[in-house]
Design a protein around this ligand. Structure first.
Ligand code: PBG
Length: 329
């Protein structure tokens, strides 16, 4: 209940001076609130720019320390790894996802060897960086197979856990995969590996630049609407989250971010569990492009990020995470 009446109550009193505004501040950002996505590329000595994502790069394994050093120095708790798989290694089954020498496995080993547990590692569980058709699952007669895909995801999860991944993040949206992955992890003595479920993941146009970054854009046939959610829905997100919590998810992700702040809020209010938000590639590139064109000023970045905290997110996956000192003043 909100009480008060003008003229005895004037909310502008509290906004008059900077010290007072700081005192009244309800939300703020710290490096602890961020996860930094890192794109990986084969070869050596590469730091390759990504055309659709100005300011974001793909790193070869031997250059990885450059960006991980930065993340640690800035106090970021976790990085998320995304590979750009060479096209000759892609097939319709996403076999490369199960190769012990794939880019993600090499990166996990490298980071754990150098930094031990100074920083957490999160890995996507999904097949799209590895499939020739660009989908997150296996396909038969133009249908994405649910249960057959889960079998591969279980093996991908076990492999990433074995390499030292701390947080597995299934982003594939197959039904029932959280429970099956949790069970397989537990049987194989990976009880301490966490699961961050992309529970509320919408079929969105805002993923465009990411698909370019991991090289699945041109290969993707059709759309992902038979597994990712319809953005007209919000109750469905609650059902997805409820199921994933029952199946053993430690945290859930809402994705994309800014157009879905309402979803973050309802999930937080209903379930009181750690909710993460993904400020996805399209959101990032829109903001960067608008700043470059001087349509908006740089402060829009901070504004876009604090919105997630206001909505109830515990942490934010953001391509800005390694440049926060320039954003948080
Ligand atoms: C793949 C995946 C996607 C993103 C993260 N994991 C793309 C997709 O589902 O097509 C998007 C991230 C971004 O846009 O920044 N399962």
């Amino acid at each position: 209940m909100i009480i008060g009446k003008y003229p005895s109550l004037r909310l502008r009193r509290g906004r008059e001076e900077s010290w007072s505004r700081r005192l009244m501040q309800e939300n703020d950002l710290s490096p602890n609130d961020f996860i930094l996505p890192i794109f990986l590329i084969d070869g050596s000595n590469k730091k390759q720019s990504i055309k659709s994502m100005p300011g974001v790069y793909r790193y070869s394994i031997n250059r990885l320390s450059q960006i991980v050093d930065r993340a640690i120095k800035k106090g970021i708790p976790m990085v998320a790894l995304f590979p750009k798989t060479q096209s000759n290694l892609k097939d319709e089954f996403g076999s490369e996802s199960l190769n012990e020498n794939n880019l993600v496995c090499k990166a996990i080993l490298e980071i754990k060897k150098r930094y031990k547990n100074q920083i957490g590692i999160m890995c996507d569980v999904a097949l799209d960086p590895y499939t020739s058709h660009g989908h997150d699952g296996l396909i038969k007669s133009n249908k994405i197979l649910n249960d057959e895909t889960i079998e591969v995801l279980i093996n991908q999860s076990l492999l990433q856990a074995k390499m030292g991944c701390d947080v597995l993040a299934p982003s594939d949206m197959m039904d029932g995969r959280i429970g099956k992955i949790r069970k397989a992890l537990d049987i194989n003595k990976f009880q301490n590996v966490q699961i961050l479920s992309y529970a509320a993941k919408y079929a969105s146009s805002f993923y465009g630049p990411f698909r370019d970054a991991v090289g699945s854009k041109n290969s993707l046939k059709g759309d992902k609407k038979t597994y990712q959610m319809d953005y007209r829905n919000s109750n469905e997100a609650l059902r997805e989250v409820a199921l994933d919590i029952k199946e053993g998810a430690d945290m859930v992700m809402v994705k994309p971010g800014m157009p879905y702040l309402d979803i973050i809020r309802v999930i937080k209010d209903k379930f009181k569990l750690p909710v993460l938000a993904y400020q996805v590639s399209g959101e990032y590139s829109l903001i960067e492009t608008a700043i470059a064109k001087k349509l908006i000023n740089k402060d829009a970045i901070y504004e876009s990020l604090v919105a997630f905290k206001r909505a109830g997110a515990n942490a934010i996956v953001s391509y800005y995470a390694d440049r926060l000192d320039k954003i948080i003043k």
